[in-house]
Design a protein around this ligand. Structure first.
Ligand code: PXL
Length: 276
């Protein structure tokens, strides 16, 4: 059985980070170990939330794991809450990265803005973690912060996106995949660049009329799960994008849906398994 370890927060309500990654990676038939970085009552898009930092637990967890010589097929870092956690994520890559695929999702913001509590200084430091990853999966907001460039907005050309991807891989990772890309009205997806073979890849699905919280985490979890299963880049891109699109369709069909509570990925799990 393949093994992934993921380091991110537990937002107790709001379907993102660990409450998405753990069930999805498990459902894909991949063992999912976790390093919880913080416990929040909800994600930070709600105007009030509690935040219990767990940074002091991380080094002792890594120490014990190192002693036991635990190994993983993939390491996936998501939302992190402090500069110290960035250093600990770098240590996770360093200590357990041999033979593992290292994916960093620089979860920091969207729609041109940083999430509440994420500072400019943190965003600058995220570059250092991305330099140590094999694959990075920012959205365009996060890409702008990683590159110290203005946010490009929603109207751009394929050439501009190729330039951003080239500059992103210049930070150190072999591959950068931008999520939430749309070149054509009604189509949205991921577009990436692999500098090891100088190839661009892209996969687009039908854009739905509503946007939901946590879909970036759902996409990254499914993508790394598929990669760990050995599906390869193109298939993993397709599996993750199709699953997120299906989860959004299921959510919109639920009359009780609420964008802040994320997507009904649970009801789309049979669909995901059918794609594997
Ligand atoms: O989905 C990204 C994410 C993860 N964790 C927390 C967040 C967010 C985005 O807002 O607030 C705590």
């Amino acid at each position: 059985m393949k093994r992934i370890v993921t380091m991110q927060d537990i937002s107790c309500l709001g379907r993102c980070s660990l409450t998405v990654s753990l069930p999805v990676i498990s459902a894909m038939g991949v063992e999912c170990s976790v390093i919880p970085t913080a416990v929040l009552s909800t994600h930070t898009k709600y105007s009030h939330f509690t935040f219990k930092d767990l940074t002091d637990q991380i080094a002792p967890i890594l120490d014990q794991w190192k002693q036991e010589d635990f190994r993983f097929d993939a390491i996936y870092t998501g939302y992190l809450g402090s500069m110290e956690q960035l250093d600990l994520a770098k240590r996770l890559f360093r200590d357990f990265g041999a033979g593992a695929l290292k994916l960093a999702d620089p979860a920091m913001g969207d729609n041109g803005k940083l999430y509440s509590g994420i500072t400019d200084e943190f965003a600058r430091e995220m570059k250092r973690l991305c330099a140590d990853a094999d694959i990075i999966v920012p959205n365009l907001t996060e890409a702008a912060y990683l590159l110290d460039e203005p946010y490009i907005g929603e109207n751009y050309s394929e050439e501009q996106i190729k330039g951003i991807l080239m500059r992103l891989t210049g930070l150190g990772a072999d591959m950068a995949l931008l999520t939430g890309i749309s070149f054509e009205k009604g189509k949205i997806g991921a577009y990436g660049y692999d500098r090891t073979n100088d190839q661009y890849v892209g996969y687009f699905t039908e854009e739905q009329p509503e946007h939901f919280h946590g879909t970036g985490d759902l996409w990254a979890s499914t993508f790394i799960g598929a990669m760990a299963l050995g599906k390869g880049m193109d298939a993993s891109l397709r599996i993750a994008s199709d699953y997120v699109a299906e989860a959004i369709r299921v959510t919109i069909a639920d009359p009780d849906h609420d964008p802040y509570r994320g997507v009904c990925f649970e009801q789309a799990i049979p669909y995901l398994i059918g794609q594997l």
